[in-house]
Design a protein around this ligand. Structure first.
Ligand SMILES: Cc1ncc(COP(=O)(O)O)c(C=O)c1O
Length: 427
């Protein structure tokens, strides 16, 4: 119920105790829950907090260790641009970037101006690279917040130059070159137009040149070598036009390992910071920097039932119990990001034991068979991703069952799942 009446001192104190934000004047609209039996006598402000027992634990300790491991691997002369786009692959943009900054990260790679502004507001002082450029209207924020845009379209340059003139300032940009992915970047054949513009407008400073590699984890693939030589050629022609960019960069997580010639001045690890690599195929890769998953995903049993052999389970009864079974209900489903392809295929961990997911994963709920897990009961913690006892399940396991990549498994863990940040080592 909503009301506009003044708030009593008692109610205000209670609200403050419960950490709600009711103003002292007490005339602002506030929501009250009125218990039916005490209608009009006691009004208790509702505190909306997510109490659903499904959450993700983010080990900032593991993230820090992964960063240090990659920095050791590439050596101190190579800068790391920590890729924290997409909410740090859904691990939490601000918390992860803050931890990385404390560990010495000086560059952060994001995808949008909005993410860059978020980082600045959170106190990130390092350089912020807008890896996928920007959109019309972002220019003033880019200048005001000291963000560094990737550029490749002519209109990028024109808009930034106009904004620089308006603000009477200069700005650094990184030119993205399309060396074979046919996604973002200026084609090497069109570089002349870009360098001519930059020569005419020195307020736009070419600080970096970069490219993105399509398949650096495929070691037998000749495409990566071709992309790198096309990149070297592009850099040569830009230098011939009179530019001396400080940063050349090309390597994502896979290329850091597979191509020492891709490391250049700066590397851009993303997935490895969060503890994963795509499987390398082809020749044996060099040793990989040791990284461990940062995110664990947990839930609790909220209901249990015993069923008879032959009972069909869940939507469309796609799974039939082949014995009398104990079925536990988990408050997690595909709306939380649990991939539906794991239906009757995936496993969870409980008391250090594996329990199979049975029947279709639904939007908010998942059923598991705990017949073989002694003592499983309502309230018990269940691990969807992470370790329990001697066992562990990771995003690569989910990805292989769901015919996708760990990136998607992590990025799909929805906002509905609260992130709890810890500084403990997660096993
Ligand atoms: C331009 C660019 N650089 C680096 C990365 C990081 O890649 P990875 O997560 O494979 O290390 C990405 C991610 O997609 C990217 O788009």
């Amino acid at each position: 119920m909503s009301t506009k009446r003044p708030i009593s001192t008692f109610t205000y104190r209670l609200a403050r105790l419960l950490r709600t934000s009711i103003p002292l004047s007490g005339t602002k609209q506030v929501r009250f829950a009125t218990a039916p039996t005490f209608r009009r006598k006691v009004a208790v402000p509702i505190v909306f907090e997510n109490n659903r027992p499904t959450w993700a634990e983010i080990s900032l300790r593991n993230l820090r260790d992964n960063f240090k491991s990659i920095q050791r691997y590439v050596g101190p002369q190579v800068q790391i641009c920590a890729v924290v786009k997409a909410d740090a692959y859904r691990h939490g943009l601000v918390e992860c970037s803050t931890a990385l900054q404390e560990e010495g990260a000086t560059w952060f790679g994001v995808t949008s101006t909005e993410e860059g502004v978020q980082l600045r507001r959170a106190g990130i002082q390092g350089r912020i690279l807008l890896m996928t450029g920007f959109w019309h209207g972002d220019e003033d924020a880019i200048i005001a917040q000291g963000l560094t845009p990737a550029v490749w379209e002519n209109w990028h340059l024109v808009h930034l130059q106009q904004a620089s003139r308006r603000h009477n300032s200069s700005m650094a940009v990184h030119l993205k070159v399309d060396t074979g992915m046919a996604r973002l970047g200026v084609l090497p054949s069109n570089l002349g137009e870009t360098t001519a513009f930059l020569q005419a407008h020195p307020e736009i400073r070419l600080e970096g040149i970069f490219t993105h590699l399509a398949s650096a984890e495929e070691l037998a693939e000749s495409g990566t070598g071709g992309q790198l030589s096309s990149f070297r050629e592009a850099v040569r022609s830009i230098r011939q036009a009179g530019f001396s960019p400080k940063y050349l960069h090309a390597a994502n997580s896979a290329a850091i390992v597979s191509r020492s010639d891709a490391r250049l001045d700066m590397v851009r690890p993303g997935i490895s910071l969060y503890g994963y690599y795509l499987p390398f195929t082809g020749r044996t890769a060099r040793p990989i920097p040791k990284v461990v998953p940062v995110l664990s995903w947990k839930t609790r049993i909220i209901s249990m039932k015993c069923i008879v052999s032959g009972q069909r389970i869940g939507y469309n009864g796609t799974y039939t119990a082949t014995r009398a079974s104990r079925i536990a209900v988990l408050p997690v489903g595909y709306a939380d990001g649990l991939n539906r392809q794991l239906s009757s295929q995936g496993k969870v961990l409980i008391h250090g034991e594996c329990a199979p997911i049975v029947g279709r994963i639904s939007m908010d709920l998942t059923l598991i068979d705990v017949t073989d897990v002694a003592g499983a009961q309502i309230g018990d913690e269940v691990t969807l991703l992470g370790a329990s006892g001697q066992r562990a399940i990771n995003a690569a396991d989910h990805a292989s069952l769901a015919s996708t990549i760990p990136y998607e498994i992590l990025c799909n863990i929805s906002k509905r799942v609260p992130r709890h940040f810890t500084d403990h080592v997660a096993p």
